[in-house]
Ligand binder design. Sequence first.
Ligand code: NCD
Length: 284
Amino acid sequence: MDLYQKDVVSIMDFSKDDIEGILDMAEEMVPYAKGEKIKRSLDGKILGNLFFEPSTRTKLSFESAAYRLGCDVIDVSEMSMTSMAKGETLADTIKIVDAYCDVTVLRHPYEGASKMAAKFSDHPVINAGDGAGSHPTQTLLDLFTMKRSKGSIDGLNIALVGDLKYGRTVHSLADALTMFGAKLTFVAPESLQMPSDIVDSLRRKGCEPYQTSKLEEVVGSADVLYVTRIQRERFPDPAEYQKVAGTYRIDNKILREAKSDLIVMHPLPRVDEIASEVDGTEHA
Ligand code: NCD
């Protein structure tokens, strides 16, 4: 696995072997992430954290990981606080950040923003979410969680639930799970089903996803329920959002039908898709 100076734009930038290598390394890094062991392997480096969309977990996880490894962080969180507010292009902004940093982490409302940023940067660019496009680092984390709690991903019944149209986490996750031989079910209201170009590309790779709008159909057979937020900010028309808001809600009642070792995952933030009573169960 040679990831030196590589961009992370899409999960498809990695082979299955690369991903397995990263997951093994992640396992070794847990004590460092918790601060139980100290490593300063990024001493003297600078990470540029550019978050042009709201974020708590992703932004802080990059910051925390950087500091844990001795790397300094400079960041911007508001487009209005950058020269973009004066009309500067993203390409120019990226070139400047690239000149000051050893790696750029970018979250941006436009699909394809990280791919473009990677073109204009000499140093690596990490996609921390590009609009409704993809979210490869969240997928690495999700695979890590699944592997840790299930041992292996191969053959697992995994249901992706919620906003599969605008949700970038599920786009990357479906690609990765296909590499790992999982059986996929897509549970979404018809208007928010997985985009057909993604489904076609999964099929070409040998995955035959089952698509439904009925959560009750899948709860009993799933090993993993991966629940997502309806992405309100991506709807062109608020009335369309209202039609689908609150479609699914996982609570202890619905989980009575579930396998005892079903795990419920969510990339967070959650709105009302998972009742907080579920947090106290073995499924969480
Ligand atoms: C997700 C995102 O930003 O795509 N959150 C995350 O990064 N963990 C999910 C979401 O916003 O619903």
